[in-house]
Design a binder for this molecule. Sequence first.
Ligand SMILES: Nc1ncnc2c1ncn2[C@@H]1O[C@H](COP(=O)(O)OP(=O)(O)OP(=O)(O)O)[C@@H](O)[C@H]1O
Ligand SMILES: [Mg+2]
Length: 1074
Amino acid sequence: RSRGRGRPKRRPPRSSPHLVGPPLMPRAARPLPQRRCKGKSDRVSGGRERHRGRERPTGTGWGSRRNAPGTSRRQGLIDSEEDMFGDFDSFCGNDSLLAQVEDIEHKYQQDKNTDAKAAGDIVLGNLESGICQKKEDNFSTSENKIALKADKEDAFHVNENDPVDSNQELTESGLDDLPSSQLLYFGKIDQLSSGSRISPVSERSNQCVNSSDKIRSPSSFCPDTEHRNRPADFSSDSKHDLFKTESLKDHLKSAMAGNAKAQTLQVSKTKQLKEAVLSEEICVARKTIESSSVDIGPFYGLPSKVKDLFRQLRGIEKLYEWQHDCLMLESLQQRKNLIYSLPTSGGKTLVAEIIILQELLCRQKDVLMILPYVAIVQEKVRGLSSFGIELGFLVEEYAGSKGRFPPIKRRIKKSLYIATIEKGHALVNSLIETERISDLGLVVVDELHMLGEGSRGATLEITLAKILYTSKNTQIIGMSATLNNVGDLQKFLQAEYYTNNFRPVELKEYIKIRDTIYAVDSKTENGFTFSRLLNFKYSSNLEKADPDHIIALVTEVIPKYSCLVFCPTKKNCENVASMVCKYLKKEFRAHREKEKRDLIKNLKNIGNGSVCPVLLQTIPFGIAYHHSGLTNDERKSIEEAYSAGVLCLLACTATLAAGVNLPARRVILRAPYVASDFLKKNQYKQMIGRAGRAGIDSAGESILIVQEKDKHLVIFTNPLENCYSNLLLELNKGMQSLLLSLVGLKIAVTHEEVDNFMWSTLLGVQQQLLSKEKSLSEIIKDGLENLIEKGLLKGRISEKEHNSKCILTITPLGKATYKGSIDLAYCNLLYRELKKGLEGLILESNLHLLYLTTPYDMTSDFRPDWMIYLRQFNQLSTAEQKVADIVGVPESFITKKASGQAIRKNVDSAVVNRLYLSFVLYTLLKETNIWSVAEKFNMSRGYVQNLLNSAASFTSCVLHFCEELEEFWVYKALLTELTKQLTYCVKTELIPLMEVAGVLEARAKQLYNAGYKTVAHLANANPGTLVKMIEHLSLRQAKQIVSSAKMLLSEKAEALQEEVEELLKVPTDIPGTC
Ligand SMILES: Nc1ncnc2c1ncn2[C@@H]1O[C@H](COP(=O)(O)OP(=O)(O)OP(=O)(O)O)[C@@H](O)[C@H]1O
Ligand SMILES: [Mg+2]
């Protein structure tokens, strides 16, 4: 292959295209030859085909460049040292008509800036020589002479003054001799492309995904050198070229099609076969061109700067071999959907991030990344903001109550939306609704096994199914360490599969029964073999306090190394932490004593003077607990102290089990239980996977403590659990909300269309698991009827065949429900309550509003303390007390309850509980101190924190609900403000600082007190100075804060600029102008 500027040399013609494998793939669409991973379980399989690995000559380290799909001949314009054409050359490999035309175009483009006359000559010259070359190479694959023939040279006359036209003319005349088989072929392609993955909605809306895509993919062609250095900016320049290319291609296509419409001649079988081969090549080439990206640098198509950033910001020097191989997969090159699965800590994220950057920078499309938890989303936003700043894309947070629906349409920069499962779903809905779903080039789902986890799994399934159905050009990538029934998931996502057993740091698994440690060994019958006896000297007291020898196990590693102890319950975490430190030697206190003192001081600040007594006792020993009972601020401080080695042991619940990168030389599982359920294999794998994280630890081991009685329950040879669809969970909750939004978004508006859509769900793939009593279609029918009954849909569903085609429509309430992501169980109630509120909303304080937006699902399993209820009620003003009466909780009821009297009147306990929780929120917004409020209401601070987070999120949902119902216009302004208050729940002056991803209240206070009062202050801060001025702030954290602030600022500025542009845009339809 040629390297450097010049045109590549042509490869000799293939003697038989049939023998090249995979046979019908043009080389342009292929990756560099690649080496197969060596791991035993290393396999790459596709739904239909297995990819054969090939020897890769250039090694696997940094600098190996990605060979982008469809590397266009137009890249010849790039003044580059890069090997831009190697594979493309072989694509046109003397046997592709499209390539030939591209070739001509390329030449034309190359010279278009020179004198027109000269340009014409050059083009003509090249055409001629190209044609000669073709002749020599036996380019024609059939007697019909598919190639641009020499005797057509006259047709290639280039009009000096009108190069575009001449190009078209050239193309048209050059195509006259195409064989008729092309028609069949294009018919097939068109069928394919308009097939299952084009939704009725896009048809209905007359939206041509392909054409809009082409126009929106300017980067597909020829950025110049300067642009390569400024990837975010090259889009506008190349638009023009793109347009021309597309029009030429269209000409080509229509000429082919028109020609093919002519009478079909009797042709020999060989000829037909050859034509079919050629046709398929053209098809693949076409698809490739449509989905093509532009290499804008040597690092997997990305600029070297990306590589430098990974080195600087992540300390990553070189890709693992599997990472390289995965990135070079044919399936990725062709932008097929992909699922990849590797052990925990295998480095899956990096691959996803490179693919994301390729999409943002090379293909110039937006990307959605779905992560399981708010905290992980915030962490990712912080981590990727620096990349965004350096590389010129936006990082937008969609978590909790944050995120705009639909997102702002950016003019130049592309956006990376980082979202939780719920917000990701709402975002996709809003993009479908505004017919912008094709702007989303890529969706990455981390922890794909979440598909099988309850109602969140259902939401994820719904999101992905909608994308698959409505946007055939959106690529989906899913990753996980714990997948089992990959076949089902592959079918669902129409994805290829890559797996490898690579783990950079070896993880040794052990199990402890009594005082014996066994090594996990799946080859043996019971799954483990003797390893050693635990070495400990326990007094009888200690034996009683610690019968499971946790102290012996942890002291083998701490304080030098870190240790995580997973416990079944929150209480158990606290008990374990207390117990361990009670029996630790005094010397443990000396380890990083000052930093531990600082940590306690910090926690005291966070709690406005209060610190949890358990933490106060355990932290001096370097020990803490970690579970959802901590406030967000506490959790963060503890995690940071643990990461820094100040704390060496955390007793935690499964909250720390998935996706987190914390140091842990040893992970201990206190018991094979999560709450009262026996530990699942997936959970076990995720928990132990926290040990030995690459780049943090050089070794890792796990010890599962098992009682003799449970020994037989622990079966290491069991496979991981399967992912099953959860659409039918909780009385078909997921299914119902899916049906509603399908009609609402006009994705499917008849029973028949809904039936069709269901094939693209995981449930559709797993239909055989349904009970024999009801088919999927019957379940759908029941669901639609139910929605009609509830007043959310309008239309008719009946047994009769013709009714399966009756159009269903959504009612305003239905629309508000799906747009607000309101649980269908509560939508009618919410509507009634809001309606009643209109009759007399008490606005003396926010109590009434808070009541209306207190999450319904937090009221069950909850008992108010009646004395506290009464006390809080009595502290309310008269107007506020009226709220209780309005919502249906009379004062007499509260008084009687508090005094233990019998009550005859029937009062709805859900309303009573909800009002109590709104008292909590009301006090919280007034005092902004979780600790004191928790104390006042005798609740754990974690519960109060959780209530606050849920309320913020639910309020934003109610806001979206109200936005759809005109009668609720008055709530809009009120709820916008309330959402903000609940989201931050701090003194107003701290809010701007807390908008920066990951800056919580404690940090915001520190920053504010140090003089950093606005986002602009933070965005322009010097990280070094920040470290000096702010206690407990590492340089890495400081840099992340500055980057996140810069990102936020730039995102806001962009949004304003977009608004200005929009305002100043001259309408094209001004009356009186033509
Ligand atoms: N090529 C590399 N060289 C050095 N370190 C790497 C490389 N790739 C990834 N890492 C580091 O390995 C650690 C684990 O990677 P990552 O978080 O991607 O694991 P994962 O596969 O997603 O695991 P899990 O399934 O537990 O989430 C991270 O700290 C990451 O920075
Ligand atoms: Mg991960």
